[in-house]
Design a protein around this ligand. Structure first.
Ligand code: GBH
Length: 481
């Protein structure tokens, strides 16, 4: 095995113009949750009202305090010589009420300072407009299931293009819409924790897709000519491998991918547009069996199908791990899992991380990249997240092995399979607030000491290996342990 791995690793160097980056998200690192005019977000509300839903009862009121320490973050990025930094904007830091009735100057200043400091160090900003921290006032309107949010998101996007688009050339509208939608499906996992499985999540995704398309075409019609940047959407997916090499399990794995990734990708990246056929059929069938006279899956008008089609300049992918699939009953009735009808598992022999869901399966990434290339016509693709969790130790051999082995599969996908992959982003630059896992699972290339008010950052071994990969464009040989 190591011979095969070694061949790919030593033969191939990353293309000259391949982009390497590191990623964070506003709520997970910024802190300063109510400082200088920032409004409340659904994650502020969620952690404050339900501490018991967070593993260590913690919140991100201070987190890594990047609101005050962003220059330290940029120092870390500079030490690794990354090409770009992917961070997100806290909507409620700029628009405390969610709408444009109140624009918080301090919020605009903060992101201007961050962007300018990055450019000073020759690091390109890649900006995610929305990484899960919806302004609470928009949740009072019903949140993402309410189609009005398409308009509110467009206003927010316009403000971002106007204020930052002269310097930001890489935009991501939304991070992982499937997970955003899960906040309207099950109560405990994601804010706002609304429980309406098989209904709320489909409605939320329906709005998210249209919000994305609006932001895309707004850029295209009013900003692209002057600003010349790229607008994409980050979608997330595991690779789904058939449990056994049988026809049923192959069908189940394909169906699972359509329900996980195709749900949001198919409307944007296929010629035919709209939700995947298998989703439309199965949700309609189940809805009928449950006594509804209409499908729980909302329908796009012909105009929306057209608007969504082609509404991305590149495919942004978050990928971490792999699942095994066989057909069967899953989830409650109704639910998206039940609609998919796939029973998922993982192989106990796959190496573990600190996160129960994250097993180390590098070959899954190559298979997923190939599936995307085939399904969506080999789009230009940037991996916007990929990373490994542990307890936070400085000599993080598990993380080093993870990035090396996954990057080796990326090389094979580029050179052997001819997938059009143009960039890679490590999640995460820093240890941070890992949503309902609190501070119990650490993904950072840099350690953050959360016990000290000054939140000092320390380079982990992985940051040095990542820097070497970026410098040499090659994966260093040899095992860590
Ligand atoms: C990303 O989400 C987020 O964008 C980022 O903010 C986060 O910190 C990072 O990953 C690390 O978690 O059915 O048991 O397999 C990843 C979201 C989390 C979605 C795990 C799928 C699988 C649950 N993924 N989840 S399971």
């Amino acid at each position: 095995m190591s011979v095969v791995k070694g061949v790919a690793d030593s033969f191939f160097a990353f293309p000259k113009d391949f982009l390497f980056g590191a990623s964070t998200a506003s709520y997970q690192i910024e802190g300063a949750w109510n400082v200088n005019g920032k409004g409340e977000s659904i994650w502020d509300r969620f952690t404050h009202t339900h501490p018991s839903w967070i593993k260590d009862s913690e919140n991100a009121d201070v987190a890594a305090d990047s609101y005050h320490l962003y220059k330290d973050d940029i120092q870390a990025l500079t030490d690794m010589k990354v090409d770009f930094y992917r961070f997100s904007i806290a909507w409620s830091r700029i628009l405390p009420k969610g709408d444009t009735s109140l624009i918080n100057k301090d919020g605009i200043n903060y992101y201007n300072n961050l962007i300018n400091e990055l450019l000073k160090h020759k690091i390109q900003p890649m900006v995610t407009m929305y990484h899960w921290d919806l302004p609470q006032p928009l949740q009072e309107l019903g949140g993402w299931p309410n189609p009005l949010l398409v308009d509110y998101f467009e206003d927010f996007a316009r403000l971002l293009y106007k204020n930052f688009g002269d310097r930001v050339k890489w935009w991501v509208t939304l991070n992982e819409g499937a997970e955003v939608a899960a906040g309207y499906s099950s109560p405990r996992h994601y804010a706002p924790g609304v429980e309406a499985p098989g209904v709320g999540d489909y409605l939320a995704a329906h709005t998210l897709l249209r919000a994305h398309a609006r932001a895309y075409w707004l850029y295209d019609s009013h900003f692209r000519r002057c600003q010349g940047g790229n607008v994409g959407i980050t979608l997330n997916s595991a690779w789904v491998e058939p449990l056994a090499d049988t026809e049923e399990d192959h069908t189940a794995s394909e169906r699972a991918l359509q329900f996980m990734l195709g749900w949001l990708a198919h409307p944007i990246f296929t010629e035919e547009g709209d939700y995947p056929l298998v989703m439309k059929e199965r949700v309609a069938h189940n809805s009928k069996a449950e006594g509804y006279s209409h499908s729980r899956l909302p329908t796009f008008t012909a105009d929306w199908i057209t608007a969504l089609r082609g509404s991305a300049d590149y495919f942004a992918l978050n990928h971490y791990s792999t699942l095994l699939a066989t057909p069967g009953d899953a989830g409650g009735v109704p639910s998206k899992d039940h609609d998919a009808g796939v029973v998922m598992s993982q192989d106990p022999s796959w190496p573990a991380s600190a996160s129960s869901w994250l097993k180390v399966v590098p070959w899954g990434m190559r298979k997923l990249l190939n599936w995307i290339a085939k399904e969506y016509g080999n789009p230009k693709l940037i991996i916007t997240e990929n990373g490994f969790s542990d307890q936070g130790q400085l000599d993080d051999v598990g993380r080093i092995n993870y990035h090396k082995s996954y990057l080796s599969e990326v090389l094979k996908a580029i050179y052997i399979d001819k997938c059009n992959i143009i960039g890679y982003t490590a999640w995460s630059l820093l240890d941070n607030f890992e949503w309902t896992r609190g501070y119990t699972e650490k993904f950072g290339l840099y350690h953050v000491d959360f016990s000290k008010p000054s939140r000092p950052r320390t380079a982990k071994s992985s940051s040095k290996v990542y820097a070497e990969i970026i410098r040499t464009r090659k994966i260093p040989q040899g095992d860590e342990q």
